[in-house]
Design a binder for this molecule. Structure first.
Ligand code: SME
Length: 156
């Protein structure tokens, strides 16, 4: 099996695990906490994974795995605030080249942020940081977006 096929197979398994782990649960803190732990266990070469949640017109730190991080991020600021403003995944190969990137852990070199939108309303973002440049490719983006899509349905 090629590296790509193995990667896709592993992601397919992850999507099944997410559904199995969380179905029949309604509590959002429990869902997001277990989700960050699941991703932290599954993803290689990452140093931070977690959520920022949309509260009173700004992003506020939610459940995560990694070092303590900045707590509040304004709309349009940093990679996370940009993902919310554009309602679009931000896949950043080199954070030093992203204007306005907010440094939480100086080890972070690349980052992917996926907006979580439920019934057209902003809910928050999934943010994943890596200590290596260019960690996230198109397959990661496709499957992490599928992952967030399942999560959106579980949080509805
Ligand atoms: N780098 C993010 C801030 C959050 S930390 O990476 C956990 C940003 O620029 O939005």
């Amino acid at each position: 099996m090629s590296h790509t096929e193995t990667k896709i197979n592993n992601y397919e398994m992850l999507l099944k695990q997410l559904t199995a782990l969380l179905e029949n649960e309604q509590d959002h803190i429990a869902i997001l906490s277990n989700t960050s732990a699941l991703l932290n266990q599954f993803l290689q070469n990452i140093n931070w994974v977690g959520f920022y949640l949309w509260k009173d017109k700004e992003l506020v730190l939610g459940p995560f795995q990694g070092l303590p991080a900045c707590i509040r991020i304004a709309y349009g600021k940093g990679v996370c605030g940009t993902a919310i403003k554009e309602r679009k995944t931000q896949r950043v190969a080199d954070v030093e080249k992203f204007p306005g990137h907010i440094v939480c852990d100086s080890a972070s070199k690349s980052e992917i942020v996926i907006p979580i939108i439920i019934d057209h309303e902003i809910y928050g973002v999934l943010d994943i940081d890596s200590p290596i440049k260019n960690r996230f490719d198109e397959i990661d983006q496709t499957y992490l977006e599928k992952f967030v899509n399942i999560l959106q349905n579980l949080l509805r």
